[in-house]
Design a protein around this ligand. Structure first.
Ligand code: KIV
Length: 263
């Protein structure tokens, strides 16, 4: 995908949207060469790349740095960058400064968690030419409020609130909304009720598309395997195996060979 209009086109054509995270130029280049549609520079970078405890720890500087690297790796692709924790809660001017910095770092659009209480900020960004992707359900920046990473929208009241939030995001001009860890039936209902596409993660198969964290789908973390994330590679074993082969070859004086010595 080259612009956010491609999201609406995909939805109209009932063509599932494929999103994946990336945090650096090399991986972005690989994703850009793949069949994936769009890249999310998620604030999951704080955990995946920096080893921090939660996405609450992602900073504006961190997100700008990763966004710029991903843009260098994927020059022509739609790149959505996460607004860091707290930056939508300090007024529309502050939010516009943060979103502007992400756009100038290379984002095509920003993603913002939640809807209630952010209405003014979302409208301000959209009116200012900054495309906004919403994010509802298990919004990881609220992990401390939720008391853990739990499925959201299970009760009738919570489901009704989430549906209202999704409609509000559409009214405010969001071009798509991520639905994370909500019951599949709720994700299906929201998808039917909206004109803009929904992108699911742990939300069943009846959304307009899916998003996964790249390291989850590559199986790079041996200790983290969320139920909703399918591993398309045992990346941890593959990388470990390669490193052990290298260590063995050095110790047995098999590396470098004559052919690997520069002339
Ligand atoms: O930060 C992230 O990677 C995300 C996805 C899990 C949707 O927000």
């Amino acid at each position: 995908m080259k612009t956010i209009l491609d999201f609406a086109r995909a939805r109209a054509a009932a063509r599932p949207i494929v999103m994946v995270t990336a945090y650096d130029a090399l991986m972005a280049r690989i994703v850009a060469a793949s069949q994936a549609d769009a890249i999310l520079v998620g604030d999951s970078a704080a955990m995946v790349v920096h080893g921090l405890p939660s996405t609450v720890d992602a900073t504006m500087e961190m997100m700008c740095l990763h966004t710029a690297a991903v843009r260098r790796g994927a020059p022509g692709r739609v790149i959505v960058a996460d607004m860091p924790f707290g930056t939508s809660r300090q007024g529309r001017h502050f939010a516009a400064r943060v979103a502007g910095a992400l756009m100038q770092a290379g984002a095509t659009a920003v993603k913002l968690e939640g809807a209630t209480g952010h209405e003014e900020v979302i409208a301000h960004l959209v009116q200012g030419g900054i495309p906004v992707m919403g994010h509802l359900g298990l919004t990881p920046q609220s992990v401390n409020q939720f008391g853990g990473y739990r499925v959201q929208g299970r009760s009738a009241k919570d489901a009704a609130q989430l549906r209202a939030d999704a409609r509000r995001l559409e009214e405010l001009g969001a071009f798509a909304v991520v639905l994370e860890c909500v019951p599949a039936v709720l994700a299906r209902t929201v998808t039917k009720e909206l004109k803009i596409p929904t992108i699911g993660i742990g939300a069943g198969a009846e959304t307009s598309g899916q998003v996964l964290v790249l390291t989850d789908l590559l199986g790079l973390d041996a200790n983290f395997h969320p139920k909703f994330a399918r591993r398309y590679l045992d990346g941890h074993a593959a990388v470990l195996g390669a490193l052990d082969d290298y260590a063995r070859d050095v110790r047995l004086a098999r590396f470098p060979s004559c052919a690997e010595i520069p002339a």
